[in-house]
Each structure stands twice: as structure tokens, then as C-alpha cells.
Design a protein around this ligand. Structure first.
Ligand SMILES: [Cu+2]
Length: 470
């Protein structure tokens, strides 16, 4: 247990010394000890040892908050506080979150549970927690000013309600939302059914994560909080590829994935190699008559989708947001070390010496994935990630579903890359090629660049800076 002096010291660092002084020792002692997690690894499912049994979820690069039973009530302790989140190896962000991480821990309860949430505010400003999607008494809904006073820095509030319906939910502040969500304050809430439910299938693997977005300048640590739409870090549970763990399953597992969107734009989430059905939203399970097969489901702002499929195709299947600029990280070429490099003229001179010299972007952008670009100390490469065949050329909202015959039930560890059977990998054709038949239309100017080039127009690697139309 931390001493009162420690608590005061932390509080004064965050500007809450006055409020902290009014937290009584008795009140603190009565709280469940807060559990912290600082590792960004995917934690194994937390199998319940008290309360009603259920099949736990696995939070991608996250964890489930342990609870204590107190006279039949499930008590959790959330601590809203500044955290350091490793978003990918070599890239750390200074965020706000809960219990040492952003997103906060996943809360797992069972339909009918009475739940008591202690929320301690160690932020430098007021906060509250809204329990998105829950049926609850109005005064427990967590809307600052509307249903409760703000939780001042250093104060602890108590929320108590019965988890009335099973489903996939989330929690986030309803106080200074634009800043607090831009800083990473959010978490998942799963209410498991108390008995066999006609619309909720038993599954072998149950994954969950939140979509979030940040605006962090390459080399900086803290997101820009005034950003409304122009985010540059597109993350799952505040991780970006190649920092997002793969989803590792056994062949013929029934798999459920639950995704919530707390970014400021929609994300069409796409799975390769399988069809899935959306089986639930934050409104509850979807009636069977309203389900259809999909390979992409769009998740709008503030929505949750849970979808299910049979993992019956072996391999390493890409799983990603289908907005291609959401599978990239911050633009490395905007960093100061690259600004001022004038390719025009320079390229002309160089091509006189080296005819093959490539201006970046002239032949597409894939080459950038293998280019050794000078990057500032704290950032993730724009498009990266090594696969068995070279660079995957991705960042941001991208992961891999790994389906294996020998992945043991309950084993979530990474089995490594898929070993393709002979003859099952696309290969280079080295035989002769027949001359392609062309229709009589003009074939000149196949690319816009070629059509407009008078010899000195080169494609610059400038990506759009205005992202107002995501
Ligand atoms: Cu997206």
C-alpha cells in the first residue's frame, strides 16, 4: 500500500494536492487495492475463481481487471492516471489511462452481477466514467454535470449497478471528452450471459479490442489534444502494427471478436480468408434472422460490433482496417531531418550519373518500407513489419489471424509464420509471355505522371496533410 505522503506527492505533481488532502485514510483503506499493469503484452484470459463462472475474453495487448467479492458485490477499483504506453517497440506515448495502461483494463462480469466500481482520479483535471451501453440507474451513468458532480483530482467516486443485460460494452470519461479520449482514456466492458443464451454462442476463442487514434508528432511523446479529425496514429488498444499481437487460434475453432470504436471516424474492419457474421452490437445480440455473411464490417464512431466465424482455413490471414491510410503510422517524411531535401533538380543531377536513381514515391511507396529513413528517436516506422516474404509494408490498424492445426486449446502464444504446403504460394512466372491483345484506344499516358511530365515533374512523397475527410 502506498503511503499517504506518496499519494500526496503524486497528487501534487498532477496539480491535485488540495483535493488529495481531503481523502481520508479510512476511505482509502476501505477500497479494494488497485491492481496495476504496465506490460503491453496480451495477457492470458483471467479465469474467474469467485462469482458465477464464465468463459473469459482475451484483450489484444491488454488485460482484465481482477475484482474482489464483498458480501455478494463484485468490487473493482479503477485509477484514472497518466501512463506511459509502448505503442510499438521503440515508440512510447505519454497518455492518460487507467491502472497503468491505455486503454484501461477490460471489466468482465456476468449478467445479474451487482457491480461496485471505485474510480480514483489521479489526473490533473476532473473526470467521470460513463458505462457505455449499460442499463443502469440514471445517476450512475457518469455524465459530468448532468448526472453527477465532476470527480475532482484526488477524489474517489463509487458507481454501483446491476449488469442487467449480456453484451459487449465500453467505458470512457464524460468530462472533457475530446481531451480525455484523445489522451487514451477508455476501456472494454464484457457482460457474459448467466446461462445458455439462444443468441449467444459458445466459442473457443473470444478476442476484444478498442479502436483508438492519436495525433503524435514523430519524435514527440504526448498526443496533441486539440486535434479534432487530423489524427496520425491509428491504433488497436493503443498499439500499432507491428506492435499489435496476432490472434492465434486452432483450426476449426469458433472465434468471436469484439471491437469498439472510440476514434473520431469509422473503420471498415476486414478479415481475410473467412466470412463472419455480426452477432451483436452494444445494443445486444443480433436476432439470427438479421445476420448475414460479411468479410468487412464498418464500425462507426461510438459503436461496438461483435462478429463470429469458424476458423477453418489454415494460414496467416491479414486482419485490418480497410482504410489504407489507417494501416500506416505517422509520416516519417514530415520529420525535420527530411524537410528541406529538394529532390527536384537533385534527382536530375543524380540521374545523369546513376540512371536508375529513384525519387521516393516515383514508383509507388512500397520501396519506402525497406528504405532506411532517418527517424527521430521516438516514433514507429510509417509502413513496416517483417513477414516471411519481406516487408509487410503496413502500420497502424493491422494484425494477423494465425490458424494452426496444432495450436492447443487455451494456448494464445504466437506459433510463428505459417509454413505453406508445396505449390500453395503465388510464384514468379518465368516462361514466355504471349503479346497481350490491346483494344484500339490510346495507350499512352498510362499514369497521370507520365501524361503530364515534361521531364521535370516528379512525384513527391507528400501525403495529404489535411485529413478532414476520413
Ligand atoms: Cu480505420
Amino acid at each position: 500500500m502506498r503511503s499517504r505522503r506518496d499519494f500526496l506527492r503524486t497528487a501534487s505533481l498532477t496539480g491535485g494536492a488540495v483535493a488529495a488532502a481531503s481523502v481520508s485514510r479510512v476511505a482509502m483503506a476501505a477500497l479494494p487495492e488497485p491492481v496495476l499493469q504496465t506490460k503491453p503484452d496480451t495477457m492470458p484470459p483471467l479465469v474467474p475463481n469467485t462469482g458465477r463462472p464464465y468463459n473469459p475474453v482475451v484483450t489484444l495487448n491488454g488485460w482484465t481487471l481482477p475484482w474482489r467479492m464483498n458480501a455478494g458485490v463484485k468490487e473493482f477499483h479503477l485509477v484514472a492516471e497518466p501512463v506511459v504506453r509502448e505503442m510499438a517497440p521503440g515508440f512510447k506515448a505519454h497518455l492518460w489511462g487507467y491502472n497503468g495502461q491505455s486503454p484501461g483494463p477490460t471489466i468482465e462480469v456476468v449478467e445479474g452481477d451487482r457491480v461496485r466500481m471505485f474510480v480514483t482520479n489521479k489526473l490533473p483535471e476532473v473526470t467521470s466514467v460513463h458505462w457505455h451501453g449499460q442499463r443502469l440507474p440514471n445517476g450512475m451513468d457518469g455524465v459530468t454535470g448532468l448526472t453527477q458532480p465532476p470527480i475532482a483530482p484526488g477524489k474517489t467516486y463509487v458507481y454501483e449497478f446491476v449488469a442487467r443485460r449480456p453484451g459487449t460494452f465500453m467505458y470512457h470519461p464524460h468530462a472533457d471528452e475530446m481531451v480525455q479520449m484523445a489522451m487514451g482514456m477508455m476501456g472494454l466492458w464484457i457482460t457474459h450471459p448467466k446461462a445458455k443464451h439462444p443468441l449467444i454462442a459458445d466459442v473457443d476463442r473470444d478476442f476484444c479490442f478498442l479502436l483508438n487514434a492519436y495525433d503524435v508528432d514523430p519524435g514527440a511523446y504526448t498526443p496533441k489534444i486539440m486535434t479534432m479529425l487530423d489524427f496520425n496514429i491509428w491504433s488497436w488498444n493503443s498499439r500499432v502494427f507491428p506492435g499489435i499481437d496476432s490472434l492465434n487460434v486452432r483450426l476449426n475453432d469458433k472465434v468471436r471478436i469484439r471491437v469498439g470504436n472510440l476514434t473520431m471516424t469509422n473503420h471498415p474492419i476486414h478479415l481475410h480468408g473467412h466470412e463472419f457474421e455480426v452477432t451483436g452490437t452494444d445494443g445486444g445480440p443480433v436476432p439470427k434472422s438479421a445476420r448475414w455473411p460479411e468479410v468487412t464490417t464498418d464500425i462507426a464512431v461510438g459503436q461496438m460490433r461483435q462478429f463470429e466465424f469458424l476458423a477453418d482455413e489454415l494460414g496467416d490471414w491479414a486482419f485490418h482496417c480497410h482504410k489504407s491510410h489507417h494501416t500506416m503510422n505517422a509520416m516519417g517524411h514530415n520529420v525535420p531531418t527530411m524537410i528541406g531535401v529538394d529532390h527536384q533538380g537533385l534527382a536530375k543531377k543524380i540521374t545523369q550519373l546513376i540512371p536508375d536513381y529513384m525519387v521516393m514515391g516515383e514508383r509507388g511507396m512500397h520501396d519506402m518500407t525497406e528504405m532506411e529513413m532517418p527517424l527521430p528517436d521516438n516514433t514507429a516506422a510509417m509502413m513496416t513489419g517483417q513477414g516471411p516474404f519481406g516487408s509487410v509494408g503496413m502500420g497502424g490498424m493491422f494484425s494477423v489471424l494465425k490458424v494452426r492445426k496444432d495450436q492447443k486449446s487455451g494456448d494464445y502464444s504466437d506459433p510463428g509464420w505459417y509454413k505453406h504446403p508445396p505449390g500453395e504460394v503465388a510464384f514468379e512466372w518465368t516462361g514466355t509471355l504471349p503479346e497481350p491483345l490491346r483494344s484500339d484506344v490510346q495507350t499512352k499516358g498510362a499514369t497521370a505522371t507520365a501524361a503530364t511530365s515534361k521531364g521535370n515533374i516528379e512525384v513527391q512523397i507528400r501525403k495529404p496533410v489535411g485529413h478532414a475527410h476520413h
